[in-house]
Design a protein around this ligand. Structure first.
Ligand code: AP5
Length: 193
């Protein structure tokens, strides 16, 4: 099993690159943002609680997202590996993920960290907000709050995985194809070891 964390601030291209990576490597895609939006669309209690937090650009409580990831891991026992997109976002989530994977006798192979300037992130998200219907994309103060939340609570996740030399920084500006090629090159280096 080869498991990847695609890491980076909101708008850095995690979702875009995930689609290409799962097609290329046959991994199971696990996006906590998508799982939460699915709960909102289904109007579950969890979804209704999460929506007000997401609309303010803040992080949903750790136990909620860890529970969703735990269920998703259990419902995909045949997966040849997982691509985590937007998870983990706190050190507590990272520790919980490591433990969940350890129980399955596997671990994170690499953390691919997309680097994009703040102004480019804001530009991309507000641009997407014109058509996406995502309520956290169409207001600049919410977009900036999401980025602030990333700096306050999520950037430390890269430090956590740096301790085991698992983090690789990848320039997240340029063409989608060029960034995809850079990500594949990093994955292939590790798969061939
Ligand atoms: P989530 O859905 O994970 O959103 P996010 O991290 O804010 O990420 P985005 O989907 O907005 O950006 P992305 O990096 O995937 O970029 P994308 O490829 O879409 O989370 C939403 C909310 O859910 C959070 O705020 C939080 O409340 C909650 N949540 C989720 N996970 C959680 C967790 N683990 N813990 C707690 N709370 C959690 O691209 C963005 C745009 O840029 C697109 O329009 C795309 O077309 C464009 N683009 C992509 N690549 C390029 C490029 N190379 N050049 C130009 N444009 C590009």
């Amino acid at each position: 099993m080869f498991n990847i964390i695609l890491f980076g601030p909101p708008g850095s291209g995690k979702g875009t690159q995930s689609e290409n990576l799962i097609a290329a490597y046959g991994l199971q895609h696990l996006s906590t943002g998508d799982l939460l939006r699915n709960e909102i669309a289904n109007q579950t209690v969890l979804g209704l609680e999460a929506k007000s937090i997401m609309d303010q650009g803040q992080l949903v409580p750790d136990q909620v997202v860890v529970g969703m990831i735990s269920s998703a891991l259990d419902t995909n026992p045949q997966a040849k590996g997982f691509l985590f997109d937007g998870f983990p976002r706190t050190v507590a989530q990272s520790e919980a993920l490591d433990e969940l994977l350890r129980l399955k006798d596997t671990e994170i192979g690499v953390v691919l960290a997309l680097e994009v300037s703040e102004e480019e992130l804001v530009h991309r998200l507000l641009n997407r907000g014109l058509t996406s219907g995502r309520s956290d994309d169409n207001n600049e103060s919410v977009v900036r709050a999401r980025i602030k939340e990333y700096h306050n609570k999520t950037s430390v996740v890269a430090e956590y995985y740096s301790r085991s030399n698992k983090v690789v920084k990848v320039k997240g500006e340029g063409t989608v194809d060029g960034i995809f090629a850079a990500l594949c090159s990093e994955i292939d280096k590790r798969l061939s070891k």
